[in-house]
Design a protein around this ligand. Sequence first.
Ligand code: ATP
Length: 284
Amino acid sequence: VGKHVRALRDAGYSIESAAGSGYRFVSAPDAPVPAEVSRLLRTDFWVRLEGGGVTDSTNDDARRLAEAGAAEGTAVLASAQRRGRGRLGRSWTSPEGGVYLSAVLRPALRPADLGPLPLVIALGVARAIKALGASPQLKWPNDVLIDGRKVAGILLELSAEADAVRWVVAGVGVNVDALEGDAAPSATSLREAGAQAGRAQVAASVLDGIAEAYREYLGGGFGPLADEWRARDALAGREVEVRDLAGDLIASGRVTGIGPDGRLLLETRDGPVSVPTGDVTLRR
Ligand code: ATP
């Protein structure tokens, strides 16, 4: 018993002990630890939760599990990351006080049909944040904002053959507590938005949101989700520039919305344009 109590304390559980009379459970940790998260889940999608403490990158951990054959519905959780990553080699500031998780998905789709998946995951995260009491917007392709500031970031990585996806790892970082100083100047957090849920609850809500949106996408494509996305679109009507991975301008104009395939739609000087992927900045 003493050994198990020590392990629980190491994992952040508070347990009192009194000589001769035994132990008393005081509280669970406010951290995204698998045992706490799994009892808060509503969906039956998640078959295996790992992690819960500090790691380099949950995406790296999940990739390793995926390569080793982990089933769809496996997820790695962390309470902080030492080397959190964003898109295009950017870094994701990941201090204690956030929730970091990466999910292994194995969609039976061709790589060419994965275009909307980043938007699907973002929509799942937005639903979760809504359920936690805040009002999120979406910035194409997959940033989640509150009042124009980033509250969550998403990084999708995948391994595929010519006509089959082997695995997708969908990584999500959510700012729960406010970031300190100028760690990320355009960031906000669930706390700043008035949402009070503990971190295990945040993790469970995000996992449920992703599972539901992903299942809807597999069942009916992106079409039925597109209107919900549009209702949260932070870019509609804005003047933007879209650049490719190398930083070269792909298109510049006013956003008219997103297409049924998840592409960004723009009205440019040369007429309407639809962009499959890219990096959007607002034009002043
Ligand atoms: P951008 O938000 O600049 O359009 P992006 O969508 O490609 O870029 P991500 O890959 O999701 O961004 O995240 C990386 C960027 O997010 C970083 O360059 C930094 O500007 C910002 N950032 C890093 N950590 C955080 C955080 N914890 N909260 C909010 N924003 C962050």
